[in-house]
Design a binder for this molecule. Structure first.
Ligand SMILES: Cc1cc2nc3c(=O)[nH]c(=O)nc-3n(C[C@H](O)[C@H](O)[C@H](O)COP(=O)(O)OP(=O)(O)OC[C@H]3O[C@@H](n4cnc5c(N)ncnc54)[C@H](O)[C@@H]3O)c2cc1C
Length: 391
C-alpha cells in the first residue's frame, strides 16, 4: 500500500481516534466473547451500528449507503476492526457478493438487498461447496428446476458459514446436467428464511460454526436469479477470483480483503499472552526461551506483511506453527482447560489455525494459484483427474 497519502498528525489521526471510540463502545466484551465462541463473523446489533456510520461498504459514496472513505481511511478502518476483534468475516462476504448483486441482480430486489446490506440489516452467506465436490465447485449438483416464474431448489450444500442466520445465500446451482460442467450452472440470491431450507450446524476444532444446508424443494421466484440461466459461471467467477486473491470483482477499485492478517491477530494475542507468561514465571531470563519467542514474533510479522495468495497461505501456516511452538514452549500447562498458564491463548490459536487452512479456499488451492498465476508454472494434473489417470 502507498502510505504517502497518510497524514498521521491530522485527518487520519482524528479518524483513527473516531474509529477507536466507536469500537470501544460497540465491540463489547459480550460481542467479542460471542464471536470467539461461535466464529459467526456477524452480529446484527454491531452491523447495524456499523451501517449507521456507513462503514459496511465504507468506500461507497454516502448516497449509496457508504461513508465516502478514501483508500487510506478504509485501510485504517479494516485494521482497527481486526485489532478490536470485531466480527468482520461477514464484511468479506459482503465485499465478494455485493458487486455481483449490483451487476446481475433484478430490480427491485437488488436495490432492497443492497440497501439492507448497507444498513447492517441483511446478512449474506456463500453456497458453493457441496458434500461430494470440495474445492471443485463447478461440479455442483444442487438442482434448480424452472416452473414458470418460479424455481424449485433441491439438494445440499456443505460448509455454508452463517447459513443458520443469514437472510440470503449466494447460491450455485445446476440447471442443466447434460452440458459441460461449467456450462449448466445458474446463480441465485437464495432467501434462506423460507420453507424447505434447513441448516444443520457443523463445528470446527475451535468451536466455529458452519452448516450443512438442506434444500428440500424450496420454491423461489425468478427475481432471485442472478444473471443468465446456465450463465452462472460468469457470475461466480469474479467473486471466486477475488476470494482466491486473483483480483476479480471487488468494489470500486479496492483490493480484495486479505484473510491472512485477520488470522494473525490470534497469533499476536497468543504471543502477548506467552510474553506475559514468560515474565510471570521468570522464563524471560532464559536466552533459549527469548530466542524462540523472537522467532515466533518474526514469523507473525513476516506473515502479516505478506499480501495476496502468499499472505493467505503464510497467514494460516504461521498461525498453526506459532500455536504449536507456544504450546511446546509453555508445556502441558498451556492445555489445561480452565487454568491454562497463558489463559488458553496458544491452545486456541493452534485449534483456530486448522480451519484457516481450509475456509475461503483450501491452502493447497492457493498454492496452485501462486504456482500458475504468480510463477507462471504449467497447470497441475491432480491425482484423480482424468489427465493424470490416463497418462
Ligand atoms: C469452517 C469452514 C467454513 C467454510 N465456509 C464455507 C462457506 O461459507 N461457503 C462455501 O461454499 N464453502 C465454505 N467452506 C469450504 C472451503 O471453502 C473449501 O473450499 C472446502 O472445504 C474444500 O473442500 P474439502 O474440504 O472437501 O477439500 P478438497 O477440495 O477435497 O481438498 C482436499 C485436499 O486437496 C487439496 N486440493 C484440492 N484441490 C486442489 C488444487 N486444485 N490444487 C492443489 N491442491 C488441491 C486441498 O488443499 C486439500 O488439502 C468452508 C470450509 C470450512 C472448513
Amino acid at each position: 500500500m502507498d502510505f504517502s497519502s497518510l497524514d498521521p498528525d491530522g485527518r487520519h489521526r482524528a479518524f483513527v481516534e473516531d474509529v477507536r471510540a466507536f469500537l470501544a463502545e460497540h465491540v463489547t466484551e459480550e460481542v467479542r466473547e460471542t464471536e470467539r465462541r461461535t466464529g459467526d463473523g456477524y452480529n446484527r446489533e454491531f452491523y447495524r451500528a456499523l451501517g449507521s456510520r456507513g462503514w459496511i461498504r465504507p468506500e461507497l459514496p454516502r448516497e449509496r449507503g457508504g461513508a465516502g472513505l478514501d483508500r487510506s481511511e478504509v485501510a485504517i478502518l479494516r485494521a482497527e476492526l481486526e485489532r478490536a476483534k470485531a466480527p468482520t468475516r461477514q464484511l468479506s462476504t459482503i465485499r465478494l457478493v455485493s458487486p455481483a448483486i449490483e451487476q446481475y441482480g433484478q430490480s427491485p430486489l437488488r436495490e432492497q438487498v443492497l440497501d439492507g446490506i448497507a444498513r447492517g440489516e441483511v446478512c449474506l452467506s456463500l453456497g458453493f461447496t457441496e458434500p461430494q465436490g470440495g474445492s471443485d465447485v463447478a461440479s455442483a449438483r444442487l438442482r434448480a428446476t424452472r416452473d414458470g416464474d418460479e424455481w424449485t431448489i433441491s439438494g445440499s450444500k456443505m460448509f455454508t458459514t452463517n447459513g443458520h442466520q443469514a437472510d440470503y445465500c449466494f447460491l450455485l446451482t445446476r440447471t442443466d446436467p447434460t452440458v459441460g460442467k461449467h456450462k449448466g450452472l445458474t446463480m441465485f440470491l437464495m432467501p434462506l428464511k423460507i420453507p424447505g431450507v434447513e441448516a444443520q450446524g457443523i463445528f470446527t476444532f475451535s468451536g466455529e460454526r458452519t452448516n450443512m444446508m438442506f434444500y428440500d424443494d424450496a420454491r423461489i421466484s425468478d427475481v432471485h436469479r442472478l444473471g443468465e440461466v446456465n450463465g452462472g459461471w460468469s457470475v461466480l467467477r469474479g467473486p471466486l477470483d477475488a476470494e482466491h486473491g486473483l483480483g476479480g470483482m471487488v468494489n470500486d477499485g479496492l483490493d480484495a480483503l486479505p484473510m491472512g492478517p485477520a488470522f494473525l491477530y490470534e497469533a499476536r494475542d497468543a504471543l502477548d499472552a506467552a510474553l506475559d507468561w514468560a515474565e510471570a514465571t521468570g522464563s524471560i531470563g532464559d536466552g533459549a526461551v527469548v530466542d524462540r519467542l523472537a522467532d515466533a514474533i518474526a514469523l507473525s510479522e513476516a506473515a502479516y506483511a505478506t499480501d495476496g495468495a502468499s499472505g493467505r497461505v503464510l497467514g494460516a501456516e504461521a498461525l498453526d506453527r506459532i500455536g504449536a511452538e507456544l504450546i511446546s514452549l509453555i508445556g502441558p500447562e498451556a492445555l489445561l482447560e480452565d487454568e491454562a498458564a497463558d489463559g488458553g491463548m496458544a491452545d486456541f490459536a493452534y485449534r483456530y489455525a486448522q480451519g484457516t487452512k481450509t475456509y475461503g479456499g483450501a491452502i493447497g488451492v492457493f498454492r496452485t494459484v501462486i504456482a500458475q498465476h504468480e510463477l507462471g508454472l504449467p497447470r497441475m494434473e491432480l491425482p484423480g483427474s482424468r489427465a493424470f489417470l490416463t497418462k
